[in-house]
Design a protein around this ligand. Structure first.
Ligand SMILES: [Zn+2]
Length: 404
């Protein structure tokens, strides 16, 4: 005998007693009862949780024979032939609100936009339906939501009834029934008839409020994220808090948040541009100062300088600024990172082959690096090696023939 589904007779029932029919032992203990108010995972609706004989029910499933299996945290007491149970009502009621909301929203998409629902997912955090085609525009979505809110405001009764198959197929069902026997049909009075084994609220007014939070294109389908009942209210409260905090941060009202944010983004962009320009000027000034103070040998200014900035990019920028001037050899070190780095370059009129210098460095100090005949750079294992590298390069520069 399949388990009697008390949640079909009265989805608002929260306590019951039942006879133990079978105990399952294995990885986790389970029990089959002659009847239950525990809804098993199915039809897109997650299972109930609660207590059975004082033991936590952590999962509920159904088998092909119509048995409903309560999976327990611990085995029931051995002498328990009869148990009383209680479901977590807040969880169940949330599922009922979301599931009834789904039927109503699917009916709205079908009747307003001729888009059938081809998927439904209900989890702890999200509720979605899938529709064929690309996401509808805001105006179309508003018409769908009007349909939904009207049914809620009209407080349309939601009922479930079993029909013989021959009768069921004469109803305007959303989808043809997939069962051979009697078909359980959930009706939102005068609006929607769906073959469904789920638990539903008894009146559309209990859906309370329904909002679409997001639409996502998935190939040639659209996933619609929505919230109903308590979830919609919680989401509303959270959004009010977020917009209020944003308004306080930007000292503006909710309506002006997008414009204020856009203004702020533009200001940030302008500030970044001004900062880049100021940095560039600083680097140019620094390059000029370093060249003026550098020792002069055979017509070449030989700059040796260790940067004390946090920013690695400054090494390259300062080097560029230095060798843009004529008759300069620039030797730079940077110790702001994990490993010391060095870079060396020369003006185009200085006859120093940097690659040749690099191969000597590799031979002498085993350092790594790369570059071109004008510019080389690399990392050193420690600061001491970095200094040795720069001083060797400096010696090469002092050995240059006169270019004047
Ligand atoms: Zn359903």
């Amino acid at each position: 005998m399949p388990t009697r589904k008390l949640y079909w007779q009265d989805p608002y029932r929260t306590t019951f007693t039942a006879r133990v029919v079978q105990r399952l032992t294995g990885d986790r203990p389970g029990v089959i009862l002659n009847r239950t108010i525990f809804y098993p995972t199915g039809g897109g609706q997650p299972h109930d949780t609660g207590l059975l004989g004082g033991v936590r029910v952590i999962d509920v499933s159904s088998d092909d024979g119509g048995n409903i299996i309560h999976w327990l945290e611990a085995p029931l007491p051995e002498d328990a032939d009869e148990v009383s149970g209680e479901i977590d009502w807040a969880r169940r009621y949330d599922h009922m609100q979301q599931h009834s909301g789904q039927h109503l929203l699917s009916a709205a998409f079908q009747d307003v936009l001729y888009r059938p629902t081809i998927g439904f997912h209900l989890s702890e955090n999200t509720v979605t339906i899938d529709l064929p085609g690309p996401p509808p525009d805001d105006e179309a979505v508003n018409r769908v939501l009007d349909f939904v809110q009207t049914a809620i405001a009209e407080a349309r009764p939601i009922t479930a009834r079993e029909y013989p198959l021959a009768e069921a197929i004469r109803l305007p069902l959303r989808k043809p029934p997939t069962v051979d026997g009697p078909v359980r049909v959930v009706e939102i009075q005068g609006l929607d008839w769906s073959a469904c084994g789920g638990a539903h609220v008894r009146n559309a007014s209990e859906i309370g409020h329904l909002v679409i939070t997001r639409m996502e294109r998935r190939g040639d389908q659209t996933r619609v994220y929505f919230l109903a009942g308590g979830r919609a209210t919680a989401d509303h409260v959270q959004r009010i808090r977020i917009t209020r905090d944003l308004g306080a941060l930007l000292t503006t009202g909710v309506e002006d948040l997008p414009a204020a944010t856009q203004r702020m983004q533009e200001q940030v962009k302008e500030s970044q541009k001004a900062l880049r320009q100021a940095r560039e000027l600083l680097i140019q000034a620094e390059a000029k100062r370093l060249i003026a103070e550098a020792p002069h040998s055979a017509g070449v200014d030989i700059v040796l300088h260790i940067l004390e900035t946090d920013e690695a990019g400054e090494l390259g920028r300062l080097l560029q600024a230095l060798v843009a001037a004529p008759s300069v050899v620039a030797l730079l070190g940077w110790t702001g990172g994990e490993r010391p780095r060095w870079a060396a370059g020369r003006s185009s009129n200085v006859p120093l082959d940097m690659l040749e210098s690099l191969s000597e460095l590799k031979e002498t100090y085993g350092v790594q690096g790369g570059g071109s005949p004008e510019m080389i750079q690399g990392a050193a294992p420690d600061e001491e090696t970095m200094h040795k590298v720069l001083h060797l390069l400096q010696a090469f520069a002092f050995d240059l023939p006169d270019i004047d």
